[in-house]
Design a protein around this ligand. Structure first.
Ligand code: AMP
Length: 404
């Protein structure tokens, strides 16, 4: 089939360990023609859930044993008659892949070629849970859509502007160089999306904009943005550093690891699982990593849940304060992702003690989840901006193709 004048339909693929999310955009108007997820890949009862044109939605059992099968299911789904493209056009013109780790090599999205694939493989040790599945997704997708360009959009790319004093750990230099140990930062696509949105909403040019962006979801990170660029972020060498997350501890004294290995005879894998999967809100609450449930429990008198919320908020506030000090001037504090977008009590608690920074929350606007939740006299804007990593990846894919 002939290529459309410019690629119009971009398929975004976000491959995780046991699920693959997808979204097919008509980039003429950034309309999601269909979006969905194949879940429980390699487990019992895998299923496909989808919506078509934001109207119909369904969940179906699918026969899927690996990521390749899952992508085949997605390709078949896209082939439905109700999604067929206008005559003479392709069902998919380009594919954009979310790749978690781009190391120091990628500060921009790129067209995927053999060199890019080699680099993604090189970074397997840096993101053992993510890069291998992202890579498998790319390979399988290239087989399914062999005649269209594929782009990689990296979670780390936005943070490549962080300066050495912020990304360097105080450890032997030679050792860090050998293993590429440094802060990389994650959720970059989300931080960048809300940064661009803030510039648009505030009608300010990016290079005039100093922000602190709080991505508070199941994974959490806070980024300092100076003149539109990331200059520091809470997450580090791996996604474990920084804020309290759903199941990750965030910052702890690193000596705790040594202590546990010595006194609990924990292995490397034990500590890995403890800090990545069994800590954070899950550990503090004792039952769940879901902030909604924790807030509900806290308000009905559960003291563990209440402490979980306080620890979460205290850590977030500490990073906002630290980053504000580093930025000098702060134009806006942005909240995004599941907790940041939806939880007025968490936003209120984070902002409560930040009046010293000129941050003043308006209770009513905050409870109504308005875009601006600051008081009129607040010198810093406080904004709620829903993130959209998928559309960012689709836009990047398009711009990579147009510039290549
Ligand atoms: P995400 O990873 O961005 O999907 O965010 C997931 C997190 O957002 C979970 O901890 C949810 O409990 C939380 N979340 C979603 N909606 C709300 C809400 N209305 N209030 C509090 N937390 C919420």
């Amino acid at each position: 089939l002939p290529m459309a004048d410019s690629p119009k339909r971009v398929l975004v693929i976000n491959a995780g360990s046991s699920s693959i999310k997808f979204c097919l955009y008509d980039m003429e108007n950034e309309f999601p023609l269909t979006r969905g997820i194949v879940e429980r890949i390699g487990l019992d009862d895998p299923r496909l859930s989808y919506t078509i044109k934001d109207a119909t939605s369904a969940t179906e059992p699918v026969a899927v044993k690996d990521h390749r099968d899952a992508l085949r299911v997605i390709a078949q789904h896209i082939d439905r008659p109700e999604l067929s493209p206008p005559a003479g056009h392709r069902a998919v013109d380009a594919v954009g892949h979310r790749v978690v780790h781009g190391g120091e090599k990628f500060s921009q999205p790129v067209l995927i070629d053999e060199d890019v694939k080699r680099a993604i493989r090189e970074y397997f040790p840096l993101a053992p849970l993510h890069n291998p599945v992202n890579y498998r997704g790319i390979e399988a997708c290239q087989e399914l859509f062999p005649d269209v360009p594929h782009a990689a959009v990296f979670d780390t790319a936005f943070h490549q502007t962080i300066p050495p004093e912020a990304y360097t750990y105080a450890m032997p230099v030679e050792l860090c160089e050998r293993h590429r140990i440094r802060k990389y930062g994650f959720h970059g696509t989300s931080h960048r999306y809300v940064t661009l949105e803030a510039a648009r909403i505030l009608k300010t040019s990016l290079d005039q904009l100093n922000l602190i962006t709080c991505h508070l979801g199941n994974g959490c990170s806070i980024t300092a943005v100076r003149s539109g660029k990331s200059v520091d972020t809470s997450i580090g060498f791996t996604p474990l550093e920084g804020l309290v997350m759903g199941t990750r501890s965030g910052d702890i004294d690193p000596a705790i690891v040594l202590f546990l290995m010595r006194h609990e005879k924990m292995t490397v894998d034990d500590v890995d699982e403890l800090l990545n999967k069994k800590s954070g809100l899950l550990a503090l609450s004792g039952s769940t990593n879901d902030m909604r449930d924790i807030l509900e429990a806290a308000s009905s008198g559960d003291t563990r849940a209440a402490l979980a919320v306080e620890v979460f908020v205290h850590r977030a506030r500490k990073y906002v304060g630290a980053f504000a000090a580093g930025l000098g001037r702060l134009d806006a504090l942005i909240f995004t992702a599941g907790i940041g977008e939806n939880s007025s009590p968490i936003r209120e608690a984070v902002c409560a003690e930040l009046e010293i920074l000129g941050i003043q929350l308006d209770s009513e606007r905050n409870q109504a989840n308005e875009t601006f939740v600051n008081t009129d006299s607040s010198s810093v804007k406080v904004m709620v901006i829903p993130t959209d990593e998928e559309v960012m990846i689709a836009r990047d894919t398009l711009s990579v193709i147009e510039n290549s």
